[in-house]
Ligand binder design. Structure first.
Ligand code: MN
Length: 198
């Protein structure tokens, strides 16, 4: 049985940038539904006893296992996504080593955020934008629907959910405003630095 991972903060901790109502639906309904659907789909199969990441690897690219892949990858992506954020009332500086790496690979933090926004805005329809380590270089990539950067030979450092359910209640069609609000106010830079081993 897979279970819904608890949020690492209260449902209202990201407000006003992401509302409590959005979190209640996004974590409590959408994320929960991926967990419930996955459990139904793997029940009685060898996949039921595998780790979540192994289920993702075992179902990736197989048309007959698309439902399993989509739900498993979405569980994994959301588990990671919540860890990438921090409460709005806990300002956090970018750790020095990470900032130096960002400056080296993008020129500045502002430039990195600008490129991240461009990539996140360019994801047509549902998907994810990611800051990753590709080899030794920081890179920004996007994935469609449930696809996860964990399958693309990169080390994910930060993820942003750009499915409409992530922002529509708070920002309607203004995905760019949602991206700005998260990047400027909610990134758990310590988590990002830890992921990068910096
Ligand atoms: Mn989502």
């Amino acid at each position: 049985m897979f279970t819904l991972k608890s949020l690492p903060y209260a449902e209202n901790a990201l407000a006003p940038h992401i509302s409590e109502q959005t979190m209640r639906l996004h974590h409590g309904k959408h994320h929960q539904a991926y967990v419930d659907n996955l459990n139904k789909l793997v029940e009685g199969t060898p996949l039921a006893d595998m780790s979540l990441l192994d289920v993702i690897k075992a179902s990736a690219g197989q048309a007959e296992k698309a439902g399993i892949f989509n739900n498993a990858a979405q569980v994994y992506n959301h588990d990671f996504f919540w860890d990438c954020l921090r409460p709005a009332d806990q300002p956090m500086a970018v750790p020095t080593a990470l900032l130096e790496k960002i400056n080296q690979d993008f020129g500045s933090l502002e430039q990195m955020m600008s490129e991240f926004k461009t990539v996140a805005l360019s994801q047509f329809g549902s998907g994810w934008a990611w800051l990753v380590l590709n080899g030794k270089s920081l890179q920004i990539i996007k994935t469609a629907n449930a696809d996860t950067a964990f399958l693309h030979d990169v080390k994910p450092l930060f993820a942003l959910d750009v499915w409409e359910h992530s922002y529509y209640l708070d920002y309607q069609n203004r995905r760019g405003d949602f991206i700005d609000a998260v990047l400027n106010n909610l990134v758990n830079w310590n988590f990002v630095a830890n992921q990068a081993a910096l």
